[in-house]
Design a binder for this molecule. Structure first.
Ligand SMILES: Cc1cc2nc3c(=O)[nH]c(=O)nc-3n(C[C@H](O)[C@H](O)[C@H](O)COP(=O)(O)OP(=O)(O)OC[C@H]3O[C@@H](n4cnc5c(N)ncnc54)[C@H](O)[C@@H]3O)c2cc1C
Length: 437
């Protein structure tokens, strides 16, 4: 029996596992990576710590991908978190789960994950060619595939297209795989930025608040203008993909951290909201409220303010608010509430106190846009899932072609889901490629 030839295009999370596993199954595997080394995006992931998976169960996991998550059932049942952790442990990488479920290498270093995957590939004798950009895949005679690079063509019995998305192009993911798949007849679902910062219309406020980071707020996205928001509609629990259903004008709501950027908002809660915001903007206006005191109701907050004001009657209101919030935010809240910052606490009227409580529970901004795809953590859209067999990751259109990772129309929230999906689909694609030959 002749040895099966597999070419893996792209040495990212999915490609490295696909290559290692196809070789483990006996195929002769060549991995072509256009950058000078594999795994550049994995290195950046999780702020250099690599949030590689999550403790949630398969049902919750797939929900994080929205309706397309169903496609992942087989891959997850075949190779899931524990299999990944075992594979990494085999290369000496211990992992730790944080209380919120996110899993990282115990060393806190993403490089250890990349090294482990490289070890897995070299243990199975994968031939790795870096600095090698694939320009096209062509169907050759006898159902073989020809993988084209500037220097040479590689004939393969099967190819795994693992080129990732089209964001963070400096990591090598520049969307090449979408073009190659489209040329071979695959439909590509429109590409959009997912997990990307938001741009607000109130540019002056954004510039003033730039750089401030708040670790515990509730950010809510409404499908209306900021002036029309009813803050009483702000949900108490998170709403969004994989969570409770959105209602009326409330499109998504997340409690967590935010960071004010030069032109808007970033940080976990804002990033998670970007797809909902983009969808809303296609239909009409969208706005955001920041509940700066998510642990207290508006009534409790008003009472607490009353107590603070009574206790510090001689101080200015700005210095009292400054005990709750960074100074620049406190001043913005007062401005939105229409209260002069140097108003003496003892002079405060009950209406002013109500206005401040209101602004603290719903600091509102109109959304102008989201940042571009190049700045997104993940690309939404990609190779249409109807044209890929979820049990093998094989193309239903081109014999011998397999897909894995972000090149597919799959994207999830932050939390380790995207990497686990790349690893799981990579493993299945490697197997599909090795077995189909
Ligand atoms: C800043 C940042 C942080 C992130 N943090 C996390 C996190 O903590 N947890 C998580 O789950 N997800 C995270 N993600 C998302 C996650 O990294 C990706 O979803 C995942 O890496 C996708 O894996 P992949 O194998 O499909 O693609 P990639 O890892 O992007 O790999 C694709 C590879 O293909 C190569 N390539 C592309 N075109 C060609 C070509 N023509 N020829 C040859 N090679 C080519 C690229 O150079 C690249 O090495 C993060 C993303 C970013 C940008």
């Amino acid at each position: 029996m002749s040895i099966r030839k597999v070419v893996v295009i792209g040495g990212g999370a999915g490609g490295m596992i696909a290559a290692g596993h196809a070789a483990e199954l006996g195929a002769e595997v060549t991995l072509l990576e256009k950058m000078e080394r594999p795994g550049k995006k994995v290195l950046l992931s999780g702020n250099g710590r690599c949030n590689l998976s999550n403790t949630r169960d398969i049902g919750e996991f797939t929900a994080m991908f929205g309706p397309n998550g169903r496609f992942l059932y087989h891959a997850f049942h075949h190779f899931f978190r524990d299999d990944l952790l075992k594979l990494l442990a085999g290369s000496g990488v211990r992992t730790l789960a944080e209380p919120d479920g996110r899993i990282f290498p115990a060393s806190g270093k993403s490089i250890d994950v990349v090294k482990a995957l490289q070890k897995y590939m070299s243990a199975n004798r994968v031939k790795i060619l870096t600095g090698t950009k694939v320009t096209a895949i062509e169907v050759s005679g006898n159902s073989a595939l020809s993988v084209k690079t500037a220097a040479a063509d590689y004939l393969a019995d099967a190819v795994v297209l693992a080129t990732g998305g089209a964001s963070y192009p400096q990591t090598g993911s520049t969307g090449d795989g979408y073009r190659m798949a489209a040329k071979l007849g695959h439909r590509i679902v429109r590409l959009r930025p997912a997990l990307v910062p938001l741009i607000v219309k109130e540019q002056q406020s954004a510039a003033v608040l730039h750089g401030i980071s708040l670790s515990d707020v509730r950010l809510t996205c409404f499908g209306c203008r900021a002036a029309d928001i009813d803050i009483a509609a702000t949900p108490r629990a998170d709403r969004g993909r994989g969570l409770g259903k959105s209602r009326a004008h409330v499109l998504e709501s997340r409690r967590g951290g935010i960071i004010f950027t030069q032109d808007g908002l970033s940080g976990p809660a804002a990033l998670l909201m970007s797809l909902a915001v983009a969808d809303a903007l296609e239909k009409g206006p969208a706005s955001l409220t920041i509940d700066l005191q998510p642990g207290r109701t508006i009534l409790q907050l008003s009472e607490d303010l009353k107590t603070m004001i009574r206790a510090h009657g001689g101080r200015q209101i700005k210095s009292i608010l400054n005990e709750l919030l960074p100074e620049r935010i406190a001043l913005t809240v007062l401005m939105k509430a229409g209260v002069l910052a140097d108003t003496g606490a003892s002079q405060m009227t009950s209406a002013q106190r109500q206005a401040i409580s209101h602004a603290l529970k719903g600091l509102a901004f109109n959304v102008k846009d989201i940042r571009p795809l190049a700045e997104a953590m993940v690309t939404a859209g990609g190779v249409h899932l109807d044209e890929v067999d979820p049990r093998t990751m094989q193309s239903k259109i081109v014999r011998g072609l397999n897909f894995c990772g972000e090149v597919l129309d799959l994207d999830a929230d932050t939390g380790g889901y995207n990497l686990q999906a790349a690893f799981s689909t990579g493993y299945v694609a490697g197997e599909g490629a090795a077995r189909a030959c």
